[in-house]
Structure formats: structure tokens, C-alpha cells
Design a protein around this ligand. Sequence first.
Ligand code: ZN
Length: 318
Amino acid sequence: MQESMPVNKIISVTGPIDVNMAGITDAHNHVWIESVLGALYRGPVLNNRDAIIHEIKKFHQAGGQTIVDCQPGGCGRNGWKLLELSKTSKVNIIASTGFHLQRYYPVEFWIFRSSVDKAYIFFLDELTKGLMETQISSEPVKAGIIKIAFEEKLEKSPLLLVQAAVYASLETGAALEVHIETGSNIEKIVNTLFDYGISANKLVLCHIDKIVDFGLHSTLAQEGILLEYDTFFRKKYFPDENVWPLLISMVEAGYSSQICLATDMADSDMWMGRGGSPGLIGFMDKIIPRLVSLGIDNSIINQLTGFNIANCIGRQIN
Ligand SMILES: [Zn+2]
């Protein structure tokens, strides 16, 4: 009898799930952020439990199945809350290890003074043993991706940590979701990541739709990188003039396998529970219907809204 290839798994906060069970997936979002004592900058806070549960449930009722939560430890993540939100709503939540922009952390936070080795072990432990805040438990919550952030200037970015994150990705097969700033030099960032050895098929460039440049996007897609678009509900980025036409051009040019969609709602008043709109459900009741009305093939819509990101973050688990 021929042995069949084991199915790749996604590590969600409740445990591994088959890649093909991820379903409709918001590729970059934030469902819980605690306030960070002593942080240099008052980052967004998302801690209204009941309102959050209400919205995640609505996302699920509308057919949404998975959310990648991109808040790494030390800047507001709480693995236990992610677990509770997932269990209550039945939505798969994928937690992050890694690091965010320095301004979201307390001054002198240890990770930014860490060696490559120490950071590597830390990321590896969070991916394979459990998130720092849950490691004391007999059933710790594991990270499913590595989220890292480049400051606007590459030279100001913690490159030792970038290196450690790439090594943790190479060791585990975990995907790297990379925050980039609007003014960043993307080629320099990508070259740095490739120099450290990252596999293109494990690399997700977040918020890349803020840089509306078809030439750049098609080059990155050709390199095999996954491009994450998330400005659909951000008026200041003029989505009707920018992300939508860019997305259509990319799909028409045949790059639908290299794009994933998200709503990244940390930074804004888009949660209905905070009096905003369109809420988490916007992914389901605004973005997907618009893709349908544009006449985009169902199979392509599936790629953009789940298949591509699930494939990227899925990995072999022993
Ligand atoms: Zn984000």
C-alpha cells in the first residue's frame, strides 16, 4: 500500500487543524489587545470581552471560520483570552509569537536587547511548547505563526530579532507575517529576509496594499511571496481608488495564488462594539459580496479569502 502524504496542519489556539479545514480566513487581524503598562506609545486596546465575543460569533454565523491574530507577546497578547474567544465562538484563532514595532512595548523590553540565540529559542518555545503566558499550564496555547515588524527605516529595525524569527521559521515551517510601514523600502526588507534564508512560500508581507504599485506587487508575487491586502475599510487609503483596482489587476494578471485578504482592525474604530463599522463581519458581508459582484471566479475567491493563507501557514507536525 502506498503511504499517503500527511496533511499539513495549522496550529490554532485550540490545537492543530487540517489546512483544508481552515475555510474562510481573515489573514491578519487582532481580536484581543491588553493595554501595555509603560509602553512608549499608547497602542490600540481591545479588551471588551462581551462585545468581542458578539462580533466573532457573527463572523462565524456568516461563514467565517478562521482568524489570524497578529499580536505577539509582550505588547498586549493574552493567550488565555484567545483560547476563550475561540472556544466560545467556534472560530479558529491562530496566535502569534514574534515581535511588533518597538513603540508598543515598555521601554527597555527584554526582547529588543536579546541575542539571536535567546530570541530564537523564545520563538521556538512559543511555537512548539506554548505561549509564554500559558507555558505554566498542562495544556498551553501554542503560537501558529511568527509576526515580525520592520520599522520604517531598515537600519532602525531589530535585525537580530528578524534573523532569529527567520531561523524559527526554517526550523518549524511556521510562516512569517511581516509588518511593513508605508514608507519602507520593500526591496531592502525582502532582500534582508532572503539573505537570512527565509523561504518565499513562508513569507507574508502585511499591509503591502498601502503601497499601490502594480510593478512591485507583480515582482513580489513572481518571487513566490504572499501579499496581504487589508485597507478595504480604511478611508484614508482610498480603497475604491487603490486596493480594489490593484486587486483586480493582480487577479487579471494571474497572481491570485499570491494574495490573501484581511481586515486588520486593531488600529481603528472598525469594531461595532466600539461604535464603529463595519465590524469583523465586514470580511463576510462587504468584501466577499463585492468580489462576487466583480465576477471573480469562486475558486479565485476561495484562494484570496482562505486557501492561500491556510496553505502558507500550514506545516508538517510530527
Ligand atoms: Zn495588524
